[in-house]
Design a protein around this ligand. Structure first.
Ligand code: 4NP
Length: 160
């Protein structure tokens, strides 16, 4: 199988993208593909650089068996477009921000919505920001991310 490098993007890199990072890493590990599919995450805002994921997201993810240990970092347009094959964003704000940092069409083609890979939530086009929401928002985000990461892994495996 072809080596694939995936970067998940959200606004703060403390809720949605580190959750997608940890969940996809777990699915890849269970599939025995850790040597082939490489995962990272980054944010477009610099407020939380160096911090662990939001404690609410860590707690909700831990309830589902995921240990989220990524330290927030900023998206770097000078290295991340080269270093990743697929740059998966959560919402329109992320998409617009990253597309505007791309240098050419080849880089723009790497940027996709994670929600494109949803199988069981066809009504969602984005993964909504849970930061100002309650526990139900965090649970919904995890439901969506688990669904999309299953779809993403299936897509990568069947493309080979
Ligand atoms: P994330 O959530 O983009 O999923 O990490 C947010 C985290 C922090 C803020 C907004 C959204 N913030 O405004 O600090």
């Amino acid at each position: 199988m072809k080596e694939t490098r995936i970067l998940f993007i959200c606004l703060g890199n403390i809720c949605r993208s580190p959750a997608a990072h940890g969940i996809m890493e777990e699915f890849v590990k269970r599939a025995g593909l850790s040597e082939t599919i490489h995962i990272d995450s980054a944010g477009i805002g610099s407020w939380h650089i160096g911090k662990l994921p939001d404690s609410r997201m860590r707690a909700h993810a831990a309830d589902r068996g995921y240990d989220l240990l990524h330290k927030a970092r900023l998206f770097n347009p000078h290295t991340d477009f080269d270093n990743f094959d697929l740059i998966l964003v959560m919402d329109e704000e992320n998409y617009t921000n990253i597309i505007h940092q791309a240098h050419n069409a080849q880089e723009r083609q790497k940027v996709r919505y994670l929600a494109e890979y949803l199988c069981h939530h066809p009504q969602y086009r984005i993964i909504p920001d849970p930061y100002y929401g309650g526990a139900d928002h965090f649970e919904l985000v995890l439901d969506l991310i688990e669904d999309a990461c299953h779809g993403l892994l299936d897509t990568l495996v069947s493309a080979q």
